[in-house]
Design a protein around this ligand. Sequence first.
Ligand code: HEM
Length: 184
Amino acid sequence: MAEVLQNPHVLLKVKKELDQVIGKGKPIEESDINSLPYLQAIIKETFRMHPAVPLLLPRRAGSNTDLCGFHVPEGSQVLVNAWAIGRDSSIWENPSSFMPERFLGSEIDVKGRDFGLIPFGAGRRICPGLPLANRMLYLMLGSLINSFDWKLEGGISPKEMNMEEKFGLTVQMAEPLQAIPVVI
Ligand code: HEM
């Protein structure tokens, strides 16, 4: 939501998509999600830049392994930095820019098969809540955007928003977003 409000051109574009596919102010149904490619791209782009669990869950190396020139001894704790992967310029063009368009027409998804985008992890310990979370995100974000217009509290402009992050097991905005819904 913060990225959408910070990028008014993205907000305009997704509002237009929602208006055309669902109709202004109407609630979103699960069956609508497939017809909303730009909303889907916004969620993927948000996961790329702001994975909620930035280091996934720790792993332990089951055996001695050589990986990309590094020796990983058996029993080592291994952390996978999904946050850094999402900002890696060898994988993503302009990694610091919020550009949902990069996912339009792309096959990349968040289900653990594209290692450049693993907000739910991958492999045997992938998040079991993925199917639920993924659906809920579209319904929540899409409904908030389609049901209201939004203004930033204190009359600040999108450029003045503080987008700094606070790291921990999960990552959050350092300064929580304060936005006011305006009934359409
Ligand atoms: C946007 C929402 C969510 C995100 C981004 C997320 C992300 C993650 C990540 C990154 C992991 C670690 C996976 C790994 O290390 O490979 C994880 C594990 C897990 N998640 Fe989620 N999750 C979300 C929602 C949920 C929900 C809704 C549930 C339950 C209904 C859930 C239950 C779990 C459980 C039980 C694990 C541990 C799995 C294991 O270690 O075997 N998550 N999640």
